[in-house]
Design a binder for this molecule. Structure first.
Ligand code: DQA
Length: 149
């Protein structure tokens, strides 16, 4: 069976490419999806790529991942810095979690330096823009021990 990796995107990431391009780059969500899909295919993984602006929807998707996925990659957007509900769902999933950010949150405002999600993450990729999505799939593949094609 081909392992499934959930790649979940939080609020405002639907605006990628239009939103503060000096911070987040010019690539759209579809562009980063394509980068991630390409890496997933190289690792023989199925990627389930989603975006929601709603915290509860993200929690529901993490519960779904608990049943279906081998790993979770998550860019929780601003919920990174606020959401104990997302942290608890990730801990409950008992899955390897890769935390992902386009920007280097540590070079930005102090309120972005704290992440609840990091408490559930095996590792963190941030600051590499769209390329981070490909790197995150590489990391997830390593965590689930998937041989490369
Ligand atoms: C982000 C960083 C967060 O601080 C911010 O709220 C986002 C995007 C990133 O990908 O760099 O919405 O997660």
């Amino acid at each position: 069976m081909v392992p499934i990796v959930f790649l979940l995107n939080g609020p405002n990431l639907n605006l990628l490419g239009k939103r503060e391009p000096q911070v987040y780059g010019h690539e759209t969500l579809e562009d980063v999806r394509a980068l991630a899909e390409e890496r997933a295919a190289a690792h023989r993984l199925t990627l389930d790529f989603r975006q929601s602006n709603h915290e509860g929807v993200l929690v529901d998707w993490i519960h779904e991942a608990r049943e279906k996925a081998a790993a979770i990659i998550i860019n929780p957007g601003a919920y990174t810095h606020t959401s104990i509900a997302i942290l608890d769902a990730l801990l409950a999933s008992e899955l390897p979690v890769v935390e992902l950010h386009l920007s280097n949150v540590f070079r930005r405002e102090p309120f972005r330096h704290h992440s609840y999600v990091s408490l559930a993450a095996r590792g963190l990729i941030c600051g590499f823009g769209a390329r981070g999505y490909a790197l995150a799939v590489d990391a997830a593949s390593g965590l689930i021990g998937q041989p490369k094609a």
